[in-house]
Design a protein around this ligand. Structure first.
Ligand code: CS2
Length: 477
């Protein structure tokens, strides 16, 4: 294997804590931090980042502090691995270690200009695009305890910032949700309004919430990936992370003040991210979620393992090009066939041990934007959505047959799947289906049919039978 090491090249002594990253996990290390890293190397600046987590992960932050915030990102593919030393961090905060006041105080501090979020879909505590005021964490935060949710922490910080007279800032969501900026704004404003309408007005005037589309496959670290990095570095870096070489970030150009040098680091700033985010959520993430359940039913463990299965590759290609692509307004200049084929190549990267069970986590939060919204459009347009139906059926069958997978709606989801009517009960879970599917009479039929086939003939035979209508030209190579 060829490995290349690239040390951090910019002056770290000038960095100030101007960015707070909430939810600092694997993806944060390997995506937004890498953009900033390249941006600082290309354009300079004083944009330092404070890494923060809210729940678990004190140890991970301690380990970063011990390394003075320096860590490696290993971009690996085939026989090549590039190790970049990332130097953007200036420190870390965790409420369990530093006290509940630490994060709000940092948000209120004068240099703070940007809050980055990678808190996963469930971290926004929303329901139907508004704050879920029945969420236990939100209820507790609104009742005035030390804030425990990201939204509670942010609003507490913004309230102090307003009092301190330090002006607004930008909150930039990097989670895989449609219109993630508008969603963050709705959650923050709903929360603030419930506390103090004047605060909500101040936020609405002074704080910007750009949406963004993020893309880089960054699996959770495994013993394998740690060993690959150890060999390539010829040293231990407990904070290092392994990911694919590909990265993409498209950000809505709507900031409250100065913009960190993300564009100099390779990000694209555009007036409207919607075409990018829908394309990525439906083709990449929709295919991932399909693979997560169908692949596990077929006995595969990782994404790259399952890419060895020609029928699965063909099913994903058909899903992307025949079922998801027709629902999109494509960004200008995109060759969607090349985009889909590139995704299949990225999925086949054997350097990544991306476990299907990891992607299957929190599926109740992922199905709506990845599969259900496009299904609604396909039904309305009378188009084929066979593989999408199989994906839903595989999810429900997987809930019954596979080892339990974490989900914020775990109890109700597993109860529905274990009932005598698993398909109709899961699809009837409140808040799961987009509004367009509420009175839809043709949704359950194809899912029931795919589910019955899975029961009768197993996953491999079902998949083969469902591909008989796919033309040879559509098949994956
Ligand atoms: C995955 C994503 O776990 C998941 O839900 O689909 O994390 C995916 O790897 C990234 O969005 C790729 O950009």
């Amino acid at each position: 294997m060829t490995s290349k090491r690239i040390p951090c090249s910019y002056d770290r002594t000038v960095l100030r804590p101007r960015i707070l990253h909430l939810g600092f996990g694997a993806f944060a290390r390997a995506h937004p931090m890498v953009y900033l890293h390249h941006g600082l190397a290309a354009a300079g600046g004083d944009w330092g980042v404070v890494a923060a987590r809210l729940n678990s992960g004190v140890d991970a932050l301690d380990a970063l502090d011990q390394a003075d915030g320096l860590y490696h990102v290993a971009e690996a593919d085939g026989d090549t691995i590039t190790l970049r030393e990332i130097g953007v961090l200036t420190g870390s905060r965790h409420p369990a270690r530093d006290g509940a006041a630490a994060l709000p105080a940092l948000i209120a501090s004068a240099p703070m200009s940007l809050i980055l979020l990678t808190i996963t879909e469930k971290g926004y505590c929303t329901k139907a695009d508004a704050l879920d005021v029945d969420h236990p964490g939100i209820r507790a935060d609104l009742a005035g305890g030390a804030p425990s949710t990201a939204i509670g922490v942010i609003v507490a910080g913004l309230a102090q910032r307003r009092t301190a007279g330090h002006g607004g800032l930008t909150i930039l969501s990097c989670d895989n949700q449609p219109h993630n900026g508008a969603l963050t704004r709705a959650a923050v404003l709903d929360f603030a309004r419930a506390l103090e309408p004047e605060l909500a007005n101040w936020i609405s005037t002074h704080v910007r919430f750009p949406s963004s589309m993020v893309d880089r496959i960054v699996p959770a670290m495994t013993d394998d990936s740690r060993a690959v990095i150890r060999d390539a570095l010829d040293a231990e870096d407990p904070n290092a992370i392994l990911c694919e070489p590909f990265r993409q970030w498209v950000i809505e150009d709507d900031f409250a003040g100065d913009i960190p040098p993300f564009a100099a680091g390779g990000a694209l700033l555009v007036p409207d991210v919607r075409p990018f985010e829908e394309m990525k959520l439906r083709l990449l993430n929709g295919a991932h979620t399909t693979l997560a359940w169908l692949g596990q039913l077929l006995g595969h463990e990782t994404v790259s393992d399952s890419m060895q299965d020609k029928n699965l590759r063909t099913a994903l290609r058909h899903l992307m090009l025949a079922e998801q692509a027709p629902t999109l307004t494509l960004p200008g200049g995109i060759d969607i066939v090349a985009y889909a084929d590139d995704l299949l190549t990225r999925f086949a990267n054997t350097r990544l041990r991306h476990r299907l069970a990891q992607i299957a986590m929190d599926s109740s939060q992922k199905m709506p934007q990845r599969l259900l919204a496009p299904i609604a459009q396909n039904i309305a347009a009378d188009r084929d959505w066979n593989i999408s139906a199989l994906a839903l059926a595989a999810w429900i069958k997987g809930l019954r047959d596979l080892a339990p997978i974490d989900d914020p709606r775990q109890a109700e989801l597993y109860a529905a799947a274990a009932s005598d009517t698993p398909v109709t009960s899961v699809l009837a879970l409140p808040g799961l289906l987009p509004e367009a599917l509420h009175d839809c009479t043709v949704l359950t039929g194809p899912v029931l049919e795919a589910y019955a086939r899975l029961e009768r003939t197993g996953a491999a035979a079902t998949l083969a039978a469902m591909l008989t209508h796919v033309s040879p030209a559509e098949a994956a190579q």
